[in-house]
Design a protein around this ligand. Structure first.
Ligand code: EPU
Length: 423
């Protein structure tokens, strides 16, 4: 068979879902953990690594900087920092990932300088990095921004007090990794508390860093001697957005599934919300059982930093609201431009109106399969989920976005009995 150069995902409504699905490690953790290997010479072994294209891209970027990688198994990745690091990301590595900015903090604190490309990532409108830069400047770095790249240098960073105007995930991570080798104590107030930030803190501690307040909005980092951290072995925290995706799938398609390795303590707000919508959730020893047998009930939702309802869940919630009884709203507080995909839901017959940063989703008799184009990772998964509830055939195009963050979405859904193929 000829391989399709532009593969699509084709979804049809089918029988209720059943069985169990394994949640892999989180994209938004593993990419940052990989960047942190720039902080220490030695070997790092990561387990529970998702097989997604962003991991491969990050490995390539690290390789250009001097960190080599080797797959020890399908989900086990070894990175080796032999100390021969060039702290400049080559310009031709056009970085499409947001997480590419995470090499800035480690390079600057360990090697005294960093030249990186402007970070990419999903297009949600403006995605500034002013908080990253202002924090590094407060730690004594000189930062030069040009049209092409960002160049930062500092003889040795110094500890200081930084209060973030917003609990930015990326800025917290960059400042954290910069602070581990700073002279003295760095305090980050209004720090992001996401489980992925905690995962990075835990790995840094295992490498020898001294961090207090992990999981709180005040991180206190006692800087240690440059180069004194060492390699480690680390299991990547489970991906709460992938877990939420399989839960949304059973919510709209109906059925009874187990989402294995979902970290229930990281998903409390979402579990409460799904329960209000009529999804039955029973935490188990290693994951969660999720059942859905009736039409969902609409709710009003506001996205917030952790521990609130994450912005990354939003497209899934829109998919669920499209097939719910009653009118529901989703208000976005983090990325006001994160509504591009609404047009694609409309192509499935959804009735959605946008008022500023709020989407009003009205009930429709049913969604109707159609061709849709994926604008970003999470919206892509949500369109596949919506297809499970649509009559006829939903053909999802531009699925390379989904591959950036989902570890075999099609295989996992078909393992639950969904009628979904990649062609
Ligand atoms: N912000 C600023 N200035 C900055 C940094 C952020 O104004 O210097 C603002 C942003 O514009 C936004 C808010 O702060 O309004 C939050 O942005 P944050 O920095 O927390 O987001 P991020 O680090 O760029 C990560 C995830 C996103 C996720 C957000 C929020 C990665 C690689 N990306 O982005 O994940 O939506 O946190 O939780 O970790 C995804 O996985 O699909 C994804 C987009």
């Amino acid at each position: 068979m000829v391989k399709n150069e532009f593969p699509r995902i084709i979804v049809r409504r089918g029988a209720p879902l059943s069985g169990s699905v394994q949640v892999p490690g989180a994209k938004n953790s593993v990419l940052k953990l990989m960047a942190a290997t720039l902080l220490a010479e030695g070997d790092f072994v990561f387990t529970n690594v998702p097989s997604i294209t962003d991991v491969h891209k990050m490995a390539e970027t690290l390789s250009a900087l001097g960190v080599s990688s080797e797959w020890l198994g399908p989900h086990e990745l070894k990175l080796t920092n032999s100390g021969n690091i060039t702290p400049e990301v080559p310009f031709e590595r056009l970085d499409k990932m947001r997480a590419s900015i995470n090499v800035l903090g480690p390079l600057l604190s360990h090697y005294g300088s960093a030249r990186i490309n402007w970070p990419g990532g999903d297009d949600f409108g403006g995605r500034p990095i002013d908080l990253h830069i202002a924090g590094l400047q407060k730690m004594g770095a000189t930062v030069e921004e040009s049209l092409y790249d960002i160049f930062a240098f500092a003889d040795r960073l110094k500890g200081t007090n930084i209060e973030l105007a917003l609990p930015s995930v990326g800025a917290t991570e960059n400042l954290l990794t910069a602070a581990v080798y700073a002279r003295g104590v760095t305090v980050i107030d209004n720090a992001a508390r996401e489980p992925e930030v905690q995962d990075l803190c835990n790995m840094l501690v295992a490498m020898g860093a001294d961090i207090e307040g992990i999981g709180t909005s005040r991180l206190v980092i006692h800087g240690c001697e440059r180069g004194s951290l060492s390699g480690t072995r680390h299991s990547v925290v489970a991906d709460r957005v992938q877990a939420a995706t399989y839960m949304a799938a059973v919510a709209v398609a109906g059925g009874d599934i187990t989402v294995r390795s979902a970290r229930t303590e990281h998903m409390e707000a979402l579990f409460n919300l799904y329960a209000r919508m009529g999804v039955a959730i029973t935490p188990q020893r290693d994951g969660v059982r999720v059942t859905s047998h009736e039409r969902l009930r609409a709710v009003d939702v506001i996205t917030e930093p952790y521990p609130g309802i994450a912005t990354d869940y939003k497209p899934l919630l829109v998919a669920m609201l499209c097939v719910s009884r009653g009118e529901g709203t989703v208000t976005e507080t983090l990325f006001p431009g994160r509504f591009k995909y609404i047009e694609e839901f409309r192509r499935l017959g959804a009735s959605i109106a946008i008022y500023g940063n709020k989407a009003l989703v009205r009930p429709v008799y049913e969604l109707i399969g159609n061709d849709v184009h994926v604008p970003d990772i999470r919206a892509g998964a949500a369109l596949v989920v919506a297809g499970l509830a649509a009559s006829g055939e939903t053909v999802v195009h531009n699925i390379h976005h989904i591959d950036r963050g989902y570890d075999d979405l099609v295989g996992k859904l078909s393992g639950l009995g969904a009628d979904v193929i990649r062609a």
